[in-house]
Ligand binder design. Sequence first.
Ligand SMILES: [Zn+2]
Length: 198
Amino acid sequence: MSTRVRWEDIALQHSHRYTCGYCGGDITSNSGYSEVAATNSVPIGTIYVCHNCDCPTYIRGDKQWPGAKLGTSIDNLPQDILSLHNEIRDATAAGANTAAVLAARKVLMHIAVELGADEGKNFTVYVDYLVDNHYAPPNSKSWVDKIRQVGNEANHEIVIMGPTEAANIIKFIEMLLLFNYEFPAGDEPEGDVVAAGQ
Ligand SMILES: [Zn+2]
C-alpha cells in the first residue's frame, strides 16, 4: 500500500496474483475486502487493492472486474488516435471485445489512408494494402489472415468477437502505430512494448 491514499478498514486477504486493469501491473495483492455469503459466511469474492496504483479490482472465482487490458500504451500518438486506442484497450478490460474489434478496424483503416491508401474502401482492401506495401512484418501471413477474416462478414451481419480476435487486431494496429508514430519520433519503446513479428 502506498502512502498516497488510505483505504479504510482494509484487511489481509489470501494473496492473489492478477494483472491490474488500471495500471497494467502484474501484481500480487493481499490487501482488500472479502465478500462472504450472508447466511454461512462462505467466501464468495474479494476486492483487492493494487499496491502500484491504489485502485480496486473485484475478483470472484476466475472472473475479474475490471479485467486486464489488452495491448500496450504507445507514445506520440495524435490525440484522436490516442483516444480511440485507449477506448479499445478499455473495452477489452470490460470484456467488450466486439466493440474493441470494431474500433480497431476503424484505426486500421485510418492508418492505411494516412499511409496512402484510397479512401472509401472496405476493411479487407486496407489490410491487403498494408500487407502489399510491406507494413506487415515478414512471415506474418497466418496472423494477417486471421485479421482479414474478422473483416469478411457483410455489413448487416452481427458477429460477436472474442478476446482472440480482439488480441490479433490490436497487435496488428499497435505494430503499425509503433512504426508510424512512436519510432519516427525518436523515442525508445518501453521495455514491455514488443510488436508481434519482431
Ligand atoms: Zn494498479
